[in-house]
Each structure stands twice: as structure tokens, then as C-alpha cells.
Ligand binder design. Structure first.
Ligand code: SAM
Length: 218
């Protein structure tokens, strides 16, 4: 589903580009509780030796937090404005992290480069989520894990997410919202040859899935 806010038909402005500078404040105001759960869910899978890739990292807040709990974090996002905000944070407070503009469907990393791939609240906004998952698996080392948090708008309508809709209207930018169900998301990982070792709902209304997929590549 593509969302084109009223009054902006024909624009090629993108929601993430338009909102990059206020994204963190919006998340803190509207989704603080959900992001606390996201953090608790991810943090238990971090450890000091891990090299982690964060795909669809937005303005980098989560990547920088993850970096305090692992060896290093690489954050990638397709939106240059998001990466610019992330780099400003890194310049102000250097950390074991780096940021790079890149499309999840064409990750600029060698096969098997990472111990873990994290992607939070981004897959449902990607134009080719299936291809992106294939890339995430390619760059994971054998036995490495994808830690995926994604909205399942197929189980709970987009209209339940009032904060998201209000925000999309405010910035009047285009984006994509896929409406996977939880089960479809599990199926997508399996199609991309992840062994799904954990799958649970970490939020209801709207449904948010946490999936842990292990790469079985050799
Ligand atoms: C809702 S934001 C999530 C940002 C961050 N992960 C968080 O949880 O705060 C979704 C992000 O996905 C990014 N994105 C969308 N399609 C992408 C793609 N094909 N490759 C990489 N990033 C993408 C957008 O630019 C946006 O920054």
C-alpha cells in the first residue's frame, strides 16, 4: 500500500526525508512505550563480541544505543537525510558505530560480514521486503541471527495507528506501508532460508512482531 497524503499528489517528496530532523522527538512522544519494549527485546541478544548491522537505521538512535553493548554497529538507511542526522550525533559523541546511505536491497557488504543483523520498524516501509531479507541473510555469517521487529498491519489495520497517520499527514510525504500478517512475515523469513528460532508478538494494536531468524548458510 502506498500512502500519499492529501493535497500532495504528484510530489516525489518522501516521508522519511521530510521528517528526518524531528523523527526522534516524534518517536519519544508517540511511541516511547513501544520503543522501550523494542529495546528490552533486542538488548538481551547483544554481547560484546558482536559485529552488528542495523538496516533501516533512520537517524541512528537505536544503532548508537546498541553500540554500547556490542563490538561495533554499522547503520544503513536509504534516506540520505536520516544518515545525515545519524552522522551529526556520531560527530557530537564518537562511538563504535558508523553510518552509510544504502538500500537494503543492495547492501554494500561482503557475504557473511556480520554476527547479527537488526532491523526495527523498517521492513514494512521497504519497497521490496523480500529482496531486503535476502540481502540481510547474505551478509550474516552462518549461524548469525536476524533480529527483526516489524509492524503487522495485516493483523491490525493501519488506522489503529493514529499517531503514525497524524504524523504522515503532518509531513505530507509518500512512503510505503506493507500489510503483512504475523504469519506472512514468518513465511517470508522461511522463504529466504532463515531458520525461525523465535517468533512472538511484542505489541498489540497495532501488532508488532519480533522474529529471530538464524542463517543456516554454509
Ligand atoms: C520508521 S523508520 C525506522 C527507523 C529506525 N529503525 C527506528 O526504529 O527508529 C523506517 C526507516 O526505513 C528506511 N527505509 C525504507 N526503505 C528502505 C530501504 N529500501 N533500505 C534502507 N532503508 C529503508 C526509511 O528511510 C526510514 O528511515
Amino acid at each position: 500500500m502506498t500512502y500519499d497524503a492529501p493535497g500532495r499528489e504528484g510530489t516525489d517528496r518522501n516521508l522519511w526525508e521530510a521528517s528526518a530532523h524531528s523523527y526522534d522527538d516524534w518517536i519519544a512522544d508517540a511511541f516511547g512505550d513501544q520503543y522501550a519494549v523494542n529495546w528490552d527485546t533486542l538488548a538481551r541478544h547483544m554481547s560484546p563480541a558482536l559485529r552488528v548491522l542495523d538496516v533501516g537505521c533512520g537517524p541512528g538512535s537505536l544503532s548508537l544505543r546498541l553500540a554500547r553493548h556490542c563490538q561495533a554497529v554499522w547503520g544503513v538507511d536509504v534516506t540520505p537525510e536520516m544518515i545525515a542526522v545519524a552522522e551529526q550525533k556520531l560527530a557530537a559523541e564518537p562511538a563504535n558505530a558508523c553510518f552509510q546511505q544504502a538500500d537494503a536491497c543492495d547492501l554494500p557488504f561482503d557475504d557473511h560480514s556480520f554476527d547479527a543483523v537488526v532491523s526495527v520498524n523498517a521492513l514494512q516501509a521497504m519497497d521490496q521486503p523480500d529482496k531486503a531479507l535476502g540481502e540481510m541473510r547474505r551478509v550474516l555469517r552462518p549461524g548469525g541471527e536476524l533480529l527483526l521487529i516489524a509492524y503487522c498491519y495485516g493483523d491490525s489495520s493501519l488506522s489503529e495507528n493514529h499517531s503514525l497517520l497524524d504524523w504522515a499527514v503532518k509531513y505530507r510525504g509518500k512512503t510505503i506501508w506493507h500489510s503483512f500478517t504475523f504469519d506472512q512475515l514468518v513465511g517470508l523469513l522461511q522463504l529466504r532460508e532463515f531458520e525461525v528460532v523465535e517468533a512472538r508478538r511484542i505489541w498489540e494494536k497495532p501488532v508488532v512482531a519480533f522474529l529471530r531468524g538464524r542463517s543456516t548458510a554454509v
